[in-house]
Write a protein that binds this ligand. Structure first.
Ligand SMILES: [Zn+2]
Length: 299
């Protein structure tokens, strides 16, 4: 296997064609294209990218390319005895995985989103992948978007779509049969990516479930709360100031009416017959049958 094989180009291809091949591979294999990858996966992307870079370094310049070509051709010729070339290698074809060369493979689109309030970035990969690589990439992206994709209003709704699309693509990939690889295929990954745990066994799924549970509990809680809540203050009395709307209240144990010019903890804003009749602003009330005094603690 030589540098031409690694880039999937022939010895006679132009510099432009070689550069195109390099850019295409870099888009697929550069570790930065896979921010969702685990440390082990990232190491594989890094290794693959290193071999792609080495090949391109040797081939991008026409003079160095010619030297390299000359250096490999005698070896091929002599090692296999004359005209017959050594083992022939080829790039992955349609129906074979773009990453590892195994088949069968299918076109998949996986996305993930990083959303932060008004800023959001959507990463999209469209590749032809074998079962192993598709499940590995798809699960990692789904996990990532379940964690990082929700944090904005528009992003939230877009993320629902992304999660749904990824789910469909993962299901399609899971229906492929186990990947096998022809020995002559050259791809930067020698074997399918390890597919790892299912989406349901990863942090993102449980993180989303917990957030959904918290939001649901909050919505249910606020829906069941009465309009006026309030807390009941124990009733006290004051011989000089009576219980009446407009007066204020003081006291840390039983509360008693005081003039609002004196230090106070709230004002009596209404006298009603049931505490549910106090307005929302009245956080507290004093039950003094048959009346209920509504207290606004902000006044
Ligand atoms: Zn693969």
């Amino acid at each position: 296997m030589n540098y031409f094989d690694i880039l999937g180009v022939s010895v006679d291809d132009s510099t432009e064609h070689i550069n195109d091949a390099y850019r295409r591979l870099a888009r697929q294999f550069h570790p930065d294209q896979h921010p969702e990858a685990s440390a082990a996966e990232r190491a594989r992307w890094t290794d693959a990218m290193a071999s792609i870079n080495a090949a391109w370094e040797a081939l991008k310049d026409p003079i160095r390319r010619a030297q390299y070509r000359a250096s490999i051709e005698p070896v091929r010729a002599s090692s296999s005895g004359g005209r017959q070339a050594g083992p022939t290698y080829r790039a992955a074809r349609v129906g074979e995985c773009d990453l590892c060369g195994s088949g069968p493979a299918t076109q998949v689109v996986f996305k993930h989103q990083h959303a932060y309030l008004i800023r959001a970035t959507v990463y999209t990969s469209q590749l032809e992948l074998c079962r192993g690589c598709a499940l590995a990439l798809g699960r990692a992206r789904q996990n990532r978007t379940l964690i990082a994709g929700w944090w904005g209003v528009l992003s939230f709704f877009r993320n629902l779509g992304i999660v749904w699309t990824n789910t469909i693509q993962l299901r399609r990939a899971a229906r492929l049969t186990s990947p096998t690889r022809s020995p002559e295929v050259v791809t930067p990954l020698a074997t399918p990516l390890p597919q790892g745990r299912s989406v349901f066994g990863r942090f993102g799924f449980w993180f989303t479930m917990v957030v959904v549970a918290i939001i649901a509990t909050a919505i249910a809680g606020s829906a069941s709360q009465p309009e006026s809540v309030g807390s009941n203050l124990p009733v006290g009395s004051n011989p000089s100031v009576g219980w009446a709307t407009g007066n204020c209240i003081a006291g840390s144990g039983p509360v008693y009416p005081v003039s609002c010019s004196a230090p106070h903890v709230g004002q009596i804003v209404a006298r009603v017959t049931d505490r549910s009749l106090c307005s929302v602003q009245a956080e507290s009330y004093v039950e003094d049958a048959p009346w209920v005094w509504c207290i606004d603690e902000n006044l």
